[in-house]
Structures are given as structure tokens and as C-alpha cells.
Design a protein around this ligand. Structure first.
Ligand code: FAD
Length: 446
């Protein structure tokens, strides 16, 4: 049987190793960091993540859905905080539809432990890939603790080594490999909101909190230990920006002006602001995702995106489910399936990258806009009244397996239709949602 090597034991690599192991393959996973279950190291970027349907699909394939549910917090609505502390709530989908806040560390550790129960899966931690010899199918490794160098042969290699993938880096030197990397003008900083004196959450739990402030925003996701992880997304330059918030009094004025309701909830916000790192955000687009019949990029290595749709991990997990199903259909013939998977699925990577950027504008700016809120209400009514004709873009992305590129196209059509509906209603002062629904119905030919 072929020897398979998975580069990276992050979220996607450990999940994909489990699926390969379930088919009886001998799998070696190489990871540059130490085993996060033993070493006290952070599990990478962002403390928690929003998990939605595409992610659940892959977890179900690994029989992990119930276990993950036990530590996942459902968020049914988004709650917008304005500068005066007024709250507006908006359901994410239909009744009982939720996105789930999960700890990145807990999820990654669970995936590692699940994979490790399979004797055919071997993990090699603290092994950094330094070179890839495509011609001879050899990975060159360097142990981060001992400095020892070694070589590892593969028959099939999966590059699940994240946004700065070493596997992809080697592919960039192959003919006709197309690649782009874009840093956006905003970065992020995480702040921790501790529980109250009784150990309970200080804000509503089953919701994703947003403080939309036009050019920037704060969001907060709940954790099971009573804390919230708040993330400030802010420009690197301009006013205000990370660059010009240099003193405690500047940070204090910034919070007093834009996030006054957070000050009593995070009393040490100034200390945290200077202690916690500010991190950058980037996107990667590339193609093809495969190299011939035996190298395949998955997850962030193929399509790193900005986090504003909460889809990066979900998209990476969906790569695994789709590839798994295609391989099942073709008796695990990698030669046939890898090129076909890349060809059919690359457009989805591009689409979700674009949708995620678009959602940043929506979250930081439009969620505070009455026209946007009206549109969302009408769309929700339409989804309830004639679901076979109208599924809002957010629901298609988050609560369905509609390919991202199809969802994006459909979303563009919906924009045109809603433009007309809004011209005939909200924009001329008519805020009757039922009336707007009738116009929408007519536009759809109902
Ligand atoms: C602030 C923020 C918030 C986010 N929120 C969400 C969210 O709400 N929902 C969501 O779905 N996604 C979210 N994401 C995106 C999500 O974090 C990524 O899409 C996901 O981690 C990708 O998983 P991966 O396994 O492909 O890559 P990674 O998790 O980056 O794992 C790659 C692994 O490869 C290893 N590696 C790298 N180079 C080498 C090498 N040379 N040799 C050996 N090993 C190597 C790394 O150490 C790492 O363990 C967010 C991202 C950020 C930054």
C-alpha cells in the first residue's frame, strides 16, 4: 500500500490523516511544532473559531460530531453594540440554525488524539519541512529540538501546512503554478474578557457580539470557561490605527470614544492592549492545488482567507469531505482524483476569499446601517415563506454545502433583486417588510 505523508498537524492535517487512516493507509504526519497536547504552546492563530455546517460535515465523517458539540457554544444571533451601548439582535439563520464557538486548541488536540488511536498513523512532531524533492518524492526535515536532519519518502504528499506552506512554496517554482499573496490594511488583536464574580459570562452567551465602527470593529465569541475572546480588527495606518495607539491615554481615549460599554467588562483592557500582539491578516490564492498525481494542497495551504466569514477552517474541512467522497467514488485512485478535485474545487477557494473580504465591509460597517437591517429582515421572511426560491447568501455559505462559487454568483443576483426592492420601499420611506416581501415575490416570478 502507498505511504502517505501529511505535512502539518494543524486542524486540516490532523483531520485528513484520520480520514486516510480509516481507509487503511499508512500515514506519517510531520509537524514543525512540538505536540501541543504535551507542550504548553498556543495552538496557532485565534483562540476560538466559528464552526458551521461545512465543518460539521467533515467532523461527522470522522465520528467526532458529538464530542465536539460537547464543548461548542451555539451562537444563534449576532448582537450589534452601538456607541451608546444599545443592542440590536439579528438571527443568523432560521430557528435553531447557529454557528458554534469552539476552542481552536481543544479542537486541534481532539483531532490529534483521534488520529493517534489509529496504529497506522504516525506523528513526527518538531520536524520542520525544509525542502521538497519532487523528482525523487522526498521531504527533507530538520528537527527543531535536536537540529538533526532526515529524509522521508512519500508516494502521495498532502500539503496541509497552512498559510505559509513549505509544500506550496516548492510548487511556486514549478511551471505555470499561479500564486498571489495579499496582506490587507487591517490587523487584529485579541483581548480576554474574564467571567463575572460568579464565574459566569458577562454578556449574552449564545450570540456573536459585534461593535461595528465603520472602518474597524470589535467582535467577541464566548468560551465555555465563562470568558469571551474579543478581537479588535483595526487598520495598521491612519487614525485611529494600531500605529497611532501608542500610549495608555491614547488607548483609553480610543475605548472611551468607540467601545465605552467594554471598559467595565474588560477593566485591564489597557494592559492587555500593550501585552497582546497585533497580528496581520493575509490571503493566498493559487492554482493548481495539485502537482501531478501525488501532491495535493489542502486547507490554508491552498486558500488562506481573511476571517470575516468564519470560513477558513470550515473551507479546509470541506476540502477533506469533498476529496474523501471523490476518492470513495473512484476506488481511491489518487492519479485520477487529485487533478479532478483541484480543477472542480479551485473556484470555490477564490470565491470564499472574495466573499470573506466583502463580509468584512458588511460586519464593520453595514451591520449598523438601518437599510442593511431592513434588507436582512426581508430576506429572512423570504427564506421562511419560499425557501426553495430564496436562500440568503449568508445561509448558503454557512448553513449549506452549496459550492462557494455558486453561492457567490447567486448572491450577486440577489443583490440586483434587492436593489430594486429597496428602491421601491426603504429608500422612499416605506419600511413595511410585508410589502417589500410582495415586491420580492413578484420579482422572483411567484
Ligand atoms: C483571527 C482569525 C480568526 C479565525 N476565525 C475563524 C473562524 O471563526 N472560522 C473558521 O472556519 N476559520 C477561522 N480562521 C481561519 C482558520 O484559523 C484557518 O483556516 C485554519 O487554521 C486552517 O487550518 P490548516 O490546518 O489549513 O492550517 P493551520 O491551522 O495553520 O495548520 C498548519 C500546520 O502546519 C504546520 N507547519 C507549517 N509549516 C510547516 C513546515 N515547514 N513543516 C512542518 N509543519 C509545518 C504548522 O505548525 C501548523 O500546525 C481564523 C483565522 C484567524 C487568523
Amino acid at each position: 500500500m502507498q505511504h502517505i505523508v501529511v505535512a502539518g498537524a494543524g486542524l486540516v492535517g490532523s483531520l485528513w490523516a484520520t480520514l486516510l487512516g480509516s481507509k487503511g493507509y499508512k500515514v506519517t504526519v510531520v509537524e514543525r511544532r512540538p505536540d501541543m497536547r504535551k507542550a504548553n504552546i498556543p495552538a496557532g492563530r485565534s483562540i476560538n473559531l466559528a464552526l458551521s455546517d461545512r465543518g460539521w460535515w467533515a467532523l461527522e465523517l470522522c465520528n467526532l460530531k458529538e464530542e465536539v458539540k460537547s464543548f461548542a457554544i451555539p451562537m444563534f444571533v449576532r448582537t450589534m453594540h452601538d456607541k451608546q451601548g444599545n443592542l440590536t439582535r439579528q438571527p443568523y439563520g432560521r430557528e435553531n440554525e447557529a454557528i458554534y464557538s469552539v476552542s481552536r486548541g481543544a479542537l486541534n488536540k481532539l483531532l490529534l488524539s483521534k488520529a493517534e488511536t489509529d496504529p497506522d498513523i504516525e506523528f513526527r512532531f518538531s520536524e520542520r519541512i525544509t525542502q521538497l524533492d519532487i523528482e525523487n518524492k522526498i521531504l527533507h526535515l530538520k528537527n527543531e529540538e535536536t537540529g538533526n536532519e532526515s529524509a522521508l519518502h512519500y508516494d502521495v504528499l498532502f500539503g496541509c501546512d497552512g498559510a505559509y506552506s513549505a509544500v506550496r512554496h516548492r510548487l511556486q517554482f514549478t511551471d505555470r503554478f499561479t500564486y498571489s499573496q495579499t496582506y490587507i490594511d487591517h490587523g487584529y488583536k485579541e483581548l480576554n474578557m474574564l467571567p463575572d464574580a460568579e464565574g459566569k459570562h458577562k454578556m449574552d452567551v449564545n450570540t456573536l457580539h459585534i461593535w461595528p465602527r465603520g472602518e474597524f470593529m470589535m467582535i467577541a465569541l464566548p468560551n465555555p470557561d465563562g470568558t469571551f475572546t474579543c478581537t479588535l480588527f483595526l487598520g495598521w495606518e491612519g487614525n485611529p490605527s494600531f500605529t497611532n495607539l501608542n500610549t495608555e491615554s491614547e488607548v483609553q481615549s480610543f475605548f472611551e470614544e468607540y467601545f465605552p460599554d467594554l471598559i467595565p467588562l474588560i477593566p485591564d483592557y489597557k494592559e492587555q492592549f500593550f501585552q497582546n500582539p497585533s497580528s496581520s491578516l493575509m490571503m493566498v490564492k493559487c492554482k493548481p492545488w495539485n502537482h501531478g498525481k501525488n501532491i495535493q494542497l489542502l486547507g490554508d495551504a491552498a486558500h488562506a482567507i481573511v476571517p470575516f466569514y468564519g470560513q477558513g477552517m470550515n473551507a479546509g474541512f470541506e476540502d477533506c469531505s469533498i476529496l474523501y467522497n471523490m476518492l470513495e467514488e473512484h476506488q481511491w485512485d489518487f492519479e485520477t482524483v487529485l487533478p479532478a478535485f483541484s480543477k472542480s474545487h479551485q473556484a470555490d477557494g477564490e470565491a470564499i476569499a472574495d466573499l470573506a473580504m466583502r463580509n468584512f465591509v458588511e460586519m464593520r460597517d453595514l451591520t449598523a446601517d438601518p437599510e442593511f437591517l431592513f434588507r436582512k429582515k426581508v430576506e429572512r421572511l423570504a427564506h421562511e415563506s419560499f425557501p426553495e426560491k430564496w436562500v440568503p447568501l449568508y445561509s448558503m455559505v454557512t448553513f449549506s454545502h452549496t459550492p462557494y462559487h455558486v453561492a457567490k454568483k447567486e448572491g450577486e443576483k440577489q443583490d440586483e433583486i434587492m436593489h430594486d426592492v429597496l428602491n421601491k420601499t426603504f429608500r422612499i420611506g416605506n419600511t413595511d417588510e410585508q410589502y417589500a416581501l410582495e415586491i420580492l415575490k413578484n420579482n422572483l416570478g411567484n
